[in-house]
Design a protein around this ligand. Structure first.
Ligand code: NAP
Ligand code: MG
Length: 504
């Protein structure tokens, strides 16, 4: 199991060339499930590599922008087909480098496929609009235009899906890209770059620079030739990026943390709610921005829900995600596991009841990875830190509630606003919750996770800064609207002035 593929020494992709970092330095990436499994060796880049990549993206921009969008779409269709062909191989690589189980890494690659086909189809749409002018013999229309060089800074939890959400939308609109992947998951982004290469994407349209947030991310987002920054990651880093981008007024798209609540009402199908809560809380080892980390349960069904939830959490098999039958992989790194373990201690000190899990697992092969058993805290108070702060690990917190109004108030009481859900059989409750949750995503009788690529994705409050990705809304981040007026009257016509004079 340890080394399925030969260890690759990877390079940055700059202007169509695979080149080592200017520093000549490299860093290792090992599997979080097995420290003996060296996934690859990657360039440790800095500002010099960033400058070269941005210059390459800038040089490639005019030709890519001027290529007819349907032709750009054909390249993305080809990329989607290659991703389909290589889905299993890519999923296995991703499980090795990131840890989540194969079923989920297949889903991650599938999201990239879906996004490729969605964006490719946009090549024959990219709709603008026409509208009547207020003056005679004058034509008015609005078109989308690409913005220029885009910088992506991406996290490790969706190593291919998130770069693909951003990338497919930016490319179909005619932009060029420099991406800095998370240090924990560079291999999946290198693999995506190879897919684009094989699909026939011109040199310089997609550039990859690997290295740390400070040495690569920082100079990349503040580079004056970068016109759009699209970031997914923590609220803390997002805030820093927002500040770094302000002096040049560049467009900044931020997708950040979450603390998502499921409401379970007295009339809910409890079995279904438990199933959804388990999947939402422990899928991806809880390392999802949309994880169901708060379970707000009405009193009548509370005890039964908690009992079944704990039963289900204990039954989850923790292990190497490459193995059949494993439900929950490791935390992505030692640092991440330490951070989650700290929250387990905080929860105990705050007085919530730890009903299961929260232990570092080290029996047998598990000693080689960063495993933690799925933890359920119950009888928690909504104001406790474990019920308000993003933990980003296999931990969920159950809080009893008396009413729908109380549930909605608690759900909205955190600074984040990404996803939410309600389990109820009552359509009136469902619609009230749908309207009142301060979140960009909402689910009825389903967990807080499960977004599809043709709907906008993103959050409110400290989760986002008003943009969305995926769907058609995702194009707004990567295009400028241009309003165009064509006057074919042969005379000077003054808007607002002649409009009314000629009517008299
Ligand atoms: P993170 O620490 O904020 O890192 C995200 C990315 O930012 C990484 O590529 C990181 O590089 C880079 N970075 C770090 N410091 C930087 C700096 N000073 N300047 C520029 N870039 C910098 O987040 P993470 O731990 O990877 O991911 C977990 C977080 O992402 C969670 O908060 C989660 O909720 C959020 N997330 C949100 C969404 C969403 O759509 N809302 C989706 C997935 C994840 P290094 O890897 O080198 O540190
Ligand atoms: Mg690693």
């Amino acid at each position: 199991m340890a080394t399925e593929l030969a260890v690759e020494t990877e390079r940055n992709l700059i202007g169509g060339q695979w080149v080592p970092a200017a520093s000549g330095k490299t860093f290792e990436n090992r599997s979080p499930a097995d420290g003996n499994d060296l996934v690859g060796v990657f360039p440790e880049s800095d500002r010099r590599d960033v400058d070269a990549a941005v210059a390459a993206a800038k040089k490639a921009f005019p030709a890519w922008r001027d290529m007819p969008a349907p032709r750009r779409g054909e390249i993305l269709y080809a990329a989607g087909e290659i991703l389909k062909r290589d889905k299993e191989k890519l999923a296995r690589l991703m499980t090795r480098e990131m840890g989540k189980v194969l079923a989920e890494t297949r889903g991650d690659v599938q999201e990239a496929i879906d996004m490729a086909f969605l964006a490719a189809g946009e090549g024959r749409r990219l709709f603008g609009f026409t509208t009547p002018s207020e003056l005679s013999n004058k034509f008015a229309m609005c078109i989308r235009q690409p913005v220029g060089v885009c910088a992506f800074v991406t996290p490790w939890n969706f190593p291919m899906a998130i770069p693909a959400w951003k990338g497919m939308a930016a490319l179909i609109a005619g932009n060029t890209v420099v991406i800095k992947p998370a240090t924990d998951t560079p291999a999946s982004v290198v693999a995506l770059a190879r897919v684009f290469e094989e699909a026939g994407l011109p040199a310089g349209a997609w550039n990859v620079v690997m290295g740390s947030g400070g040495a690569v991310g920082d100079p990349l987002v503040s580079h004056p030739d970068v016109k759009v920054v699209s970031f997914t990651g923590s609220t803390e880093v997002g805030r820093r990026i927002s500040v770094a981008c302000a002096p040049t007024f560049k467009r900044v798209h931020l997708e950040m943390g979450g603390k998502n609540a499921i409401l379970v009402m007295d009339d809910a199908d409890v079995e279904l709610a438990v199933e959804g809560a388990l999947w939402g809380a422990f899928g991806t080892t809880g390392q999802r921005c949309t994880a169901s980390s708060r379970l707000l349960v009405q009193r009548k069904v509370y005890d039964g829900f908690v009992m079944k939830l704990v039963e289900g959490a204990k039954a989850l098999r923790v292990g190497n995600g490459l193995e059949a039958g494993v439900d929950v992989g490791p935390c992505v790194s030692e640092r991440q596991r330490e951070s989650v373990a700290k929250y387990i201690e905080i929860g105990k000190q705050e007085g919530a009841k730890l009903l299961c899990g929260g232990e570092k697992l080290s029996a047998g092969d598990l000693s080689r990875g960063w495993f933690l058993s799925p933890a359920v805290f119950a009888d928690a108070d909504a104001k406790m830190r474990i019920a308000c702060e993003e933990i980003f690990g296999p931990v969920t917190t159950v809080v009893p509630i008396d009413s729908l109004d109380e549930g909605i108030r608690i759900a909205n009481s955190v600074p984040y606003g990404l996803s939410g859900s309600i389990y109820t059989q009552d359509v009136n409750k469902a619609f009230k919750a749908m309207r009142e949750f301060e979140t960009g995503l909402f689910y009825v009788n389903s967990s807080t996770i499960g977004a599809e690529v043709h709907l906008p994705f993103g959050g409110m409050k400290d989760t986002g800064n008003g943009h969305r990705e995926a769907g058609i809304a995702g194009l707004d981040v990567f295009t400028e609207w241009k309003s165009i007026y064509v006057d074919f009257s042969g005379k000077l016509q003054r808007a607002q002035i002649d409009t009314y004079e000629s009517a008299d």
